[in-house]
Design a protein around this ligand. Sequence first.
Ligand code: MRU
Length: 350
Amino acid sequence: MIQTLEWTDSGVRFIDQTKLPTEEIYVNCTSYEQVADVIRNMVVRGAPAIGVSAAMGIALGVKNSKAENGGDLKKEFDHICEVIGATRPTAVNLFWAIRRMQDKFERLRVRPVPQIKQALIEEAQRMHAEDIAANQAMGRHGATLMPASGGVLTHCNAGALATCGYGTALGVIRAAVEAGKKIHVFADETRPFLQGSRLTAWELMKDGIPTTVISDNMAGAMMKQGKVNAIVVGADRIAANGDVANKIGTYTVAVLAKEHGIPFYVAAPFSTIDLETPDGSKIPIEQRNSREVTHIAGKQMVPDGVKIENPAFDVTPAKYVTAIITERGVARAPYEQSLRNLAEPVEVRA
Ligand code: MRU
């Protein structure tokens, strides 16, 4: 399995996703500031991977602390959480992970400093293992929804590289292929950062899953020609009413899917569901550097001085979403009710 990120004795190690697919190199972070930088600069990206990276960054910062008592350590801990929390605003997994580390710290506060450090490291590692297990469970739930044979379109990268392994949307595709389904993947290129052509195609080629890369503006034509039987994407945040924030361009795909009568599925762990955000209009959308749009591989593609927009995500209204696949089961409309129902159990259902 691809090691997207891992805790090691010498730091947190990441595969550098800005270098893929042409170079497979790894970056070792030895401070929480470096972890914050790799999240901000998209060396690591994808909502679940961002969440676990945040937890590991916090554990690393605490491990490196010179504080001798719980009070001093808490002050440093709060600062570390603030720095990590200011990296990327849309993926709610970041804030979910920070809150989980904060809860853990609260429960340990009176313990000796070395015990607090060890427990936070273990918590981050537990989150890593849980993420892979959640993706595999999501895969089992979602595989049954995939066609026995045919084309499945995905947007961005919601694969092993966006998680700790196996993937959410690509986990569903992997599980369907493992179950014997004959799936051909259409991977949207995903302008401007090219997660589809660089990362999704790289992962699926490694697994030998048949894949065709298309530029984003080809998706409608592929659907009209009958080449796409289902769509499955990931999510960065799902509001309580089922509105889905995901990579810019997802909304366009969902509207096209509706027009062509193609099911549009969202696969995401429960940590991506934000029941405190009532609907998509309240989801903060990250605006990224205009250079991601103006330049491709360092070459300028637009005239100097022209205005640029670069929202990293869009919101797909719940009415376009056929079902939301989580590790706890599959939710369908009305999502206000079905997502709340999934919130009840605490254990991952097999
Ligand atoms: O900007 P990115 O690359 O972090 O955006 C990633 C996505 O939009 C993914 O689809 C989403 O995080 C789900 S990943 C399992």
